[in-house]
Design a binder for this molecule. Structure first.
Ligand code: NAP
Ligand code: BGC
Ligand code: ZN
Ligand code: ZN
Length: 363
């Protein structure tokens, strides 16, 4: 079958015909309809993703962890013709969290991830998968459903942030999160989806990037009631202004010093959630900084990967956004390329285009 294949740690990707050994004989056959392209895919293609690894016994890996497809046969609950999205991380089969459906908290680190490490991904004509890893896609959101995979990571992150903040009273006097201020650093697809998620959970949201927002970003932020801050000055303007946040969500994957610098603009008892994979640099924390962190009860938490409950919630969230923010939803898929257009497919896998939010590959 036709597939997009990588050979980590080598760079590059190719569209080629492969024969995949039947991995899951009793699984369901799914015809892939479309894939989303994520920064992680591009890092693998560029050889920058240290964790990337072929499945054992294979010298190549099918790329792709964002996909929707159509079921070609009946399952126990799902029916032939249903549109589904596969969950991308699978457990180690050994630890308690994996055995209880939460490989996002795998204790051994021996989990595998489709198209990232140890498991063939979804950028191919067909996959065979077990029903337990398939999430139904509501027909109403079919055109934007590909966003549910990255959004699942963020639904999980918000859950985790709320769990961390249960150490204090984090809800406001009216029982909502309306009095809490969040800053999202980075305005890529992850930053934008997280900004929207925090807004729809009632928080006051600020988005930051080291430049002026694009027209499209301004439109999205304005519609959702999000403020924008240009942090070209490394947060010194924010520091001077006295604006402080209950939550800072690092979604840029930029230099490591962003995390350290942003600690200074957190309120007492604030939380810094690190989601982006910092690409370069180092973070400096002096003993004085660490003392302040303790005195001010600051929490720093790494956030990764959503699981089936988060995928399900992401589907509902997209349906909700389609109703309240239809004009935003129209802006999020910025490009669609077909698998037969090899040149365009390679181009979108190699680099992010200007003004891009989410790119889809259709089959
Ligand atoms: P992306 O498309 O590369 O977006 C990054 C955004 O951050 C861009 O808007 C970029 O600006 C901005 N940026 C870069 N340096 C900045 C800085 N110093 N200050 C403020 N903004 C800055 O990436 P993405 O797909 O949105 O993903 C964001 C990060 O999350 C990546 O590191 C990705 O690998 C990671 N990720 C983590 C998980 C997880 O489970 N933890 C899952 C998916 C992705 P420009 O627009 O000007 O380029
Ligand atoms: C995926 C996550 C995954 C992470 C680390 C991201 O691109 O969306 O689900 O856990 O990469 O490999
Ligand atoms: Zn991803
Ligand atoms: Zn495990």
């Amino acid at each position: 079958m036709k597939a997009i294949v990588v050979r980590p740690p080598s760079t590059g990707a190719e569209i080629t015909d492969i024969e995949i050994k039947p991995e899951k004989l009793d699984g369901l056959s799914i015809k892939i309809l479309e894939n989303g392209v994520c920064g992680t895919d591009r890092e693998i293609v560029k050889g920058l993703m240290g964790e990337a690894a072929c499945p054992p016994c294979d010298r190549y890996m099918v790329l792709g962890h964002e996909a929707i497809g159509i079921l070609e046969e009946d399952g126990k609950y799902l029916k032939k013709g249903d549109i589904v999205m596969p969950v991308n991380r699978r457990g180690c089969g050994k630890c308690l969290n994996c055995l209880c459906g939460r490989p996002d908290f795998c204790e051994t680190g021996e989990f595998i991830e489709a198209g990232i490490s140890g498991m063939h991904g979804f950028m191919r004509e067909k996959i065979i998968d077990y029903e337990e890893f398939l999430v139904p896609v509501p027909k109403e959101i079919r055109d934007i459903a590909i966003l549910a995979q990255p959004l699942s990571d963020l639904e999980k992150s918000f859950d985790e942030i709320v769990s961390v903040q249960r150490r204090m009273i984090w809800t406001c006097k009216d029982g909502t999160y309306n009095c809490r201020k969040a800053l999202v650093v980075g305005t890529g697809p992850i930053g934008i989806l997280m900004g929207l998620l925090l807004r729809s959970n009632g928080l006051m949201v600020y988005m930051a990037n080291k430049r002026e927002p694009t027209e499209k970003e301004s439109k999205i932020f304005q519609t959702a009631g999000i403020e924008y801050i240009n942090t070209e000055d490394d947060f010194s303007g924010v520091l001077m202004s006295g604006l402080r946040f209950d939550l800072i969500f690092e979604a840029s994957g930029g230099t490591a010093d962003i995390a350290a610098k942003s600690l200074k603009i957190l309120k007492n008892n604030g939380v810094l959630g690190i989601f982006g994979f910092s690409s370069t640099g180092h973070a400096e924390l002096s003993s004085e900084d660490l003392q302040k962190l303790v005195y001010r009860s600051i929490a720093v938490v790494g956030l990764i990967n959503g699981q089936k409950p988060h995928f399900q919630r992401a589907m509902l969230r997209l349906s909700e956004w389609n109703t309240i923010w239809p004009e935003i939803m129209k802006e999020l898929i910025t490009k669609t390329v077909n698998i037969n257009d090899k040149v365009s497919v390679m181009k979108v896998l190699e680099s992010k285009g200007p003004g891009e939010i989410k790119v889809k590959i259709t089959w």
